[in-house]
Design a protein. Structure first.
Length: 126
């Protein structure tokens, strides 16, 4: 059995918020987030290992993974969970943790925070 080199697994973060709790709006915002993560990090679909989404408890219209499947990630393991409900936390927020194979150094990854989620990581460059 031959052995081949594999790229290291990296984790990429992102988040966005919605303005209304409807399936279509949530799908639009999650797809925009995924598009930005793919574009800013030159991600190829085959690099993906898995994607974990969390949504705040005030989101009821749809699972973020539905939007990811609509985006074309139906063959990638996807998981949704509820975000912790913390006083003063960002409402109507969807967060994502994307695992991918990449030779890009961790410090050069571009985490993506859109809409009302920009304030979650104001320490990151735009």
């Amino acid at each position: 059995v031959g052995w081949s080199a594999v790229s290291p697994v990296r984790a990429l973060r992102g988040a966005t918020t919605i303005d209304e709790d409807t399936r279509e709006h949530l799908h639009d915002r999650v797809i925009a987030l995924l598009e930005a993560m793919f574009e800013r990090n030159a991600i190829d679909h085959d690099q993906l290992v898995s994607v974990i989404f969390t949504a705040t408890a005030d989101i009821h219209s749809a699972f973020p993974a539905e939007a990811a499947r609509k985006f074309g990630l139906g063959d990638v393991p996807l998981l949704c969970a509820q975000e912790l409900s913390i006083d003063g936390g960002t409402p109507w927020c969807v967060r994502v943790l994307m695992h991918l194979e990449s030779d890009t150094p961790r410090a050069e990854l571009h985490h993506v925070y859109l809409e009302g989620a920009r304030s979650l990581r104001d320490d990151l460059p735009d």
